[in-house]
Write a protein that binds this ligand. Structure first.
Ligand SMILES: [Zn+2]
Length: 159
């Protein structure tokens, strides 16, 4: 069975409705079975973007999965602000060597998530992450549920 198929269909519909600028881009969705739920978003080659989610992402609620996909798609929206070569020599290195810059990167991404109307989805996802020991080390990089709600209200984004 193609595990990723339902997720791929969901991703396509989210692109169509909320991330139209990505509809002309080649975005490949992969999934693998190891580890807790998480996702990651890469700009592999100038013409190939890849989003990876683990099988466990299916175990979180549909709302949280949408929050996760909206987050990974928003990474791609942020990448579009750069040339590919700048992305390659910048972004992966931040996540490896400049952990002090990760929070700023993720904040830029989650602002896009909220602007596109996925504030509530992001909030649901964040609440799961907060409870999950597997995410203990990374949760400091993300907005808290209270910050998400406040940012949506301030900017009059759907919540
Ligand atoms: Zn991220």
């Amino acid at each position: 069975m193609d595990w990723a198929k339902p997720t791929r269909i969901l991703l396509r519909s989210m692109i169509k409705e909320s991330f139209p600028e990505l509809s002309v881009k080649r975005i490949v969705l992969w999934s693998f079975g190891l580890g807790p739920f998480w996702g990651t978003s890469w700009w592999l080659l100038p013409w190939v973007r890849i989003i990876i989610v683990t099988h466990k992402s299916r175990d979180i609620s549909h709302m949280a999965l949408m929050g996760l996909l909206a987050h990974e798609l928003s990474h791609q929206v942020v990448y579009r602000r750069y040339f590919w070569i700048r992305y390659v020599f910048r972004t992966p290195w931040i996540y490896i060597f400049r952990k002090d810059l990760i929070k700023g990167e993720e904040a830029q991404v989650d602002k896009v998530v909220m602007e596109r109307g996925f504030g509530r989805h992001l909030c649901v996802l964040t609440k799961i992450i907060d409870q999950d020991p597997d995410h203990e080390r990374v949760k400091k990089y993300y907005f808290t549920p209270t910050e998400i709600e406040a940012y949506c209200q301030e900017n009059k984004f759907k919540f």
